[in-house]
Design a protein around this ligand. Structure first.
Ligand SMILES: N[C@@H](CCC(=O)N[C@@H](CS)C(=O)NCC(=O)O)C(=O)O
Length: 241
C-alpha cells in the first residue's frame, strides 16, 4: 500500500498541485493500491509536496516516488517502451514540469485574472484569521521564484506565448486514440495528463487555457486518461469551448 501525501483538491482537480495529481494519476493508471492523505510541507524532506510512503520509506519528489514504486512494487507501465519512446517521454515530462508548469503558476498567481480565483483557494488552505493576511506575502514569494526562473521578467503576452509553444508541441504528439505510446498508458500519460488537466480545469481565461479548451484532440485525450484512471465524473466535467 502506498500512502500519498498531497495538497488538497481545488478547481475540481484531485489536488491544487499538478505534481500531486501526476503521482495520483500514475498510481491509478498503474493500478497500485494506495491511500491519499493531506500533506504538510514541514514534514517533507524537500519542503515540497508530494511525498509518499512506499514500502515503509518516505520519498519526496513526484519523479522519485514513481521510481520507488517501479523499483519496490514491481510495477512498470513503461516496460514495453523502446529507447526512442523513453527519450521522447523524458523530454515531454521536462517540458511539462520545467517550463509549462511555471506558465500555469504564473496564470494562477501573477496574472490578475487568475489571482482572483487563486486567492480564495489559498485562503481555504490556510489557517483561519491569519490566512487572508498571508496571501500577499505568499504571492510575493511566487513572484520571486518566477523572477528567478526568468519567466516573470517577460510581459504577460510573452509568458502565454511561451506556454502556447509547449502546449502546441505536446498536442502534436497526442494520439487520436489510446495513449501517448499506444493502447496502454505509460508514465508519460500521467505527466502530460496531469499538466493538461490543470490547464484545462483551472478557471482562468488566458491564451493558454483558451487554446487548450479549444483543442478537440487535447480534451478528447484528457477525457480518455481520466476515464482510464477511474475519474469518470471529472472526465465528464472537462470544459470544451
Ligand atoms: N520536483 C518536485 C516539484 C514539487 C513542487 O514544486 N511542489 C510544489 C507544489 S506544485 C510545492 O510543494 N510548493 C510548496 C513550496 O514551495 O513551499 C516534484 O516533482 O515533486
Amino acid at each position: 500500500m502506498v500512502t500519498l501525501y498531497q495538497f488538497p483538491p481545488a478547481y475540481g482537480l484531485s489536488s491544487v498541485s499538478p505534481f500531486c495529481t501526476k503521482v495520483e494519476l500514475f498510481l491509478r493508471l498503474a493500478g497500485i493500491p494506495h491511500e491519499v492523505k493531506s500533506g504538510d510541507v514541514r514534514q517533507s524532506p524537500t519542503g515540497k509536496l508530494p511525498t509518499a510512503r512506499v514500502g515503509g520509506e518516505l520519498v519526496a519528489d513526484s519523479g522519485m516516488i514513481i521510481e520507488a514504486c517501479k523499483a519496490r512494487l514491481d510495477v512498470d507501465m513503461d516496460g514495453g517502451l523502446d529507447p526512442k519512446q523513453r527519450a521522447l517521454g523524458h523530454l515531454m515530462r521536462r517540458t511539462c514540469e520545467e517550463n509549462l508548469y511555471w506558465v500555469l503558476v504564473y496564470s494562477r498567481w501573477l496574472d490578475e485574472e487568475g489571482w482572483k480565483h487563486q486567492r480564495p483557494v489559498l485562503v481555504g488552505m490556510l489557517p483561519p484569521v491569519i490566512g487572508p493576511l498571508l496571501t500577499g506575502y505568499l504571492r510575493s514569494g511566487a513572484r520571486k521564484s518566477m523572477h528567478g526562473h526568468g519567466l516573470a521578467r517577460h510581459k504577460q503576452e510573452t509568458v502565454y506565448q511561451i506556454g502556447l509553444a509547449d502546449l502546441e508541441s505536446l498536442v502534436v504528439l497526442l494520439p487520436d486514440e489510446g495513449f501517448v505510446f499506444g493502447a496502454e498508458p505509460s508514465t508519460t500519460d500521467a505527466v502530460v495528463g496531469a499538466f493538461l488537466w490543470h490547464i484545462l480545469a483551472t478557471p482562468t481565461d488566458n491564451a493558454l487555457s483558451r487554446a487548450a479548451r479549444a483543442s478537440g484532440p487535447a480534451v478528447a485525450y484528457m477525457r480518455r486518461v481520466l476515464e482510464r484512471a477511474g475519474w469518470t465524473e471529472q472526465a465528464a466535467a472537462l470544459p470544451l469551448d
